[in-house]
Ligand binder design. Structure first.
Ligand code: ARG
Length: 621
């Protein structure tokens, strides 16, 4: 539909193609080769070459080298020549000799590119000397990126959907920050709307002590009297009253009007409710180690009238059944009627979408954003399609601004049904996280008991990291668009692609390093020569070189599960290496030093990657 094509047009801007200076690829061989292919295409084929895509991908099999270029196939037709001949011309113009062995042509016209062993060795050495960044250069084209994530609603419980948004959003921020972008983490909290009228009315009438203000200071809370659980209860009761009692409804409406007009008493009550919820949300953010800036819906209140004006001036606004709407192009409702985005209700009130339109503009102008990501469940896909379309057509979003909804699926119970507690209640996030930590500690206690050891302070801290890591990794390792079945047993298993498995792999490698260097120390002053003679050494090294590629892809497509898959693959490569290549008992000191170096770079890669997923490693497990 036109709606989606508008949205996706904005996302297809070309990746960073600035060609690095010769020999310095910043650890991004794929980007470097891609840029070299672009240049060669122009050199060899002029305009036709400039229009062609470089089509460089990771090789599908080791015998095809490291990368494969398929550009020749697509050029065969327009140039009316054999793909193999085109491939040869392309190779003749291609300058990749400082990274690759001479390329060869395979099959009908694929170009196989193999990284030179010296290049791989020099990269491993560079990574060894920079364990925190693994010598991965920051982007040469930094962007200002707003990530709108988490975003729970005041006076409502933060639910598992918000947990997913928090975990996925945090990872995206970490990766984008690592890549060198300027990231603004925004919590678009639902802190405004008609629900406050009914809630405040209910509290005033039924639970006035909840609104009583101890010292009268701004935003002060009646200590310990009401918590979020009560608030959620009050909210439900208020809603019932609102739906069933016309005069209550009237009084609620009047309260909203007073709130919007800035009546100090109502504002004070509103602030109190926000503070109460905020404290609850903060508990979860602290547990998860997630930092973000609160900028709720109310932040945009003063801009809403301006949005309506701009839409009117742009000729987009129409009246439909008393409301102000913008008709959506290229999309229809199920009954084939035209889709309309309501931006102002009959009573003059604004909508969720109006706030989002104002936010797009504020982010484009004041924040100077180049890209905005919205991490919410896929249920909001059409909301964002519509908002993005209206923002573009009205000019609230400039064409250069990339707007992307990052949708994710539902969290389900282990049976694939709705995620609930055993008694059928909605699961509280705090309880969910506590339970993961409790099970992790229990598992650990059992394992330690077998060795005749007990749980101490340190072990508890480790169990906590494992439990929280497990919840995060389980979520992130799934394709985010699929529904995700929540299972403590699976996520905490030591087998399979889980956080405990990866954390254990890390700790094990650290152990191997320790054992191999304590008996006969290895000089750290000059880096060891990296030996890549055993096929397992070479495969491990090549896998280690791939992290930057995975991150570039993640930056573009926003699928954290690719990073988890990479980690799992890396751990398998490491196991094969460790089976085939003794470290401690290596034949020579030189070989031992080289293998320890491969262990170190593997460990550093796991630590860095888990860190990007918001997961702490532990040195011993
Ligand atoms: N508060 C919303 C919810 O709980 C999510 C907000 C997402 N962000 C946005 N700019 N609309 O579903």
């Amino acid at each position: 539909s036109a709606t989606t094509s508008l949205a996706s047009a904005a996302t297809s801007s070309p990746p960073d193609t600035a060609r690095p200076t010769q020999g310095d690829d910043g650890g991004r061989p794929k980007d470097y080769i891609e840029a070299a292919v672009r240049q060669a295409l122009v050199k060899a084929f002029g305009e036709a070459g400039a229009a062609a895509a470089p089509m460089v991908t990771a090789a599908t099999k080791p015998e095809f080298g490291d990368y494969q270029c398929n550009a020749a196939m697509a050029l065969a037709k327009p140039l009316n020549a054999k793909p193999r001949d085109i491939a040869q011309q392309l190779i003749d113009a291609l300058e990749v000799a400082d990274l690759c062995d001479p390329p060869d042509i395979a099959g009908p016209g694929f170009i196989n590119l193999r990284l030179k062993p010296e290049y791989i060795q020099s990269r491993i050495t560079a990574m060894l000397e920079d364990e925190s960044r693994l010598a991965i250069a920051k982007t040469t084209a930094p962007q200002r990126i707003v990530v709108d994530f988490s975003s729970p609603n005041i006076a409502k419980e933060m639910h598992v959907g918000h947990l997913r948004s928090t975990i996925i959003g945090d990872t995206l921020c970490r990766v984008l920050e690592f890549q060198g972008h300027d990231v603004l983490r925004l919590n678009h909290v639902g802190d405004w709307g008609t629900q406050f009228g009914m809630l405040i009315t209910y509290l005033k009438e039924e639970v006035p002590q909840a609104l009583a203000d101890g010292d009268g200071g701004e935003g002060s809370i009646t200590a310990g009297e009401v918590d979020i659980g009560d608030l959620v209860e009050f909210y439900k009761k208020a809603k019932e009253r609102f739906d069933g009692d016309a005069s209550f409804k009237e009084r609620s409406r009047a309260e909203v009007v007073r709130l919007q007009a800035g009546d100090p008493d109502v504002l004070r009550a509103w602030r109190l409710l926000c503070d109460l919820s905020r404290r609850e949300f903060q508990v979860i953010y602290d547990i998860l180690g997630v930092k973000l800036e609160e900028r709720g819906e109310s932040f945009y209140n003063s801009m809403l009238g301006g949005v309506i004006e701009e839409l009117r001036e742009g000729g987009l606004l129409q009246e439909s059944e008393g409301a102000q709407v913008v008709f959506i192009e290229g999309a229809k409702n199920r009954d084939d009627s035209a889709q309309a985005l309501i931006v102002q209700k009959t009573d003059g009130g604004y909508m969720y979408s109006t706030t989002d339109l104002a936010a797009v503009k504020q982010r484009a102008t004041q924040e100077r954003a180049d890209r905005v990501l919205y991490v919410t469940d896929s249920g909001q896909a059409s909301h964002f399609d519509q908002v993005f379309q209206v923002a573009r057509r009205s000019g609230l979003a400039p064409p250069s601004l990339q707007l992307q909804h990052v949708p994710f699926g539902l969290v389900q119970g282990e049976d694939g049904k709705k995620f609930k507690t055993r008694s059928g209640d909605t699961v509280k996030l705090k309880d969910l996280l506590d339970e993961a930590v409790r099970i992790a500690a229990e598992d650990m206690e059992k394992r330690l008991a077998e060795e005749g050891r007990g749980m101490g302070e340190e072990e508890r801290a480790v169990a906590r990291k494992v439990g929280l890591g497990a919840v995060k990794y389980a979520d992130l390792s799934m394709n985010r668009e699929s529904n995700y079945r929540f299972s403590y047993a699976k996520m905490l298993s030591l087998q399979g692609n889980t956080a405990p498995y990866m954390m254990y792999a890390y700790a094990r490698i650290q152990g191997i390093r320790r054992r191999a260097t304590t008996s006969t120390p290895i000089s750290t002053s000059d880096p060891p020569r990296i030996v890549l003679e055993h096929p397992a050494e070479l495969t491990l090294a090549r896998t280690l070189l791939r992290l930057p590629e995975v991150l570039t892809e993640l930056e573009r497509d926003l699928y954290p599960n690719r990073l988890c898959e990479y980690l799992f693959d890396l751990s398998q490569r490491f196991n094969q290496f460790y089976e085939g290549c003794p470290v401690n008992a290596a034949a020579t000191d030189e070989l031992r030093a080289s293998r320890v170096a491969l262990c170190s770079v593997t460990a550093a890669t796991i630590k860095l990657s888990l860190g990007l997923l918001g997961i702490d490693v532990v040195e011993k497990l």
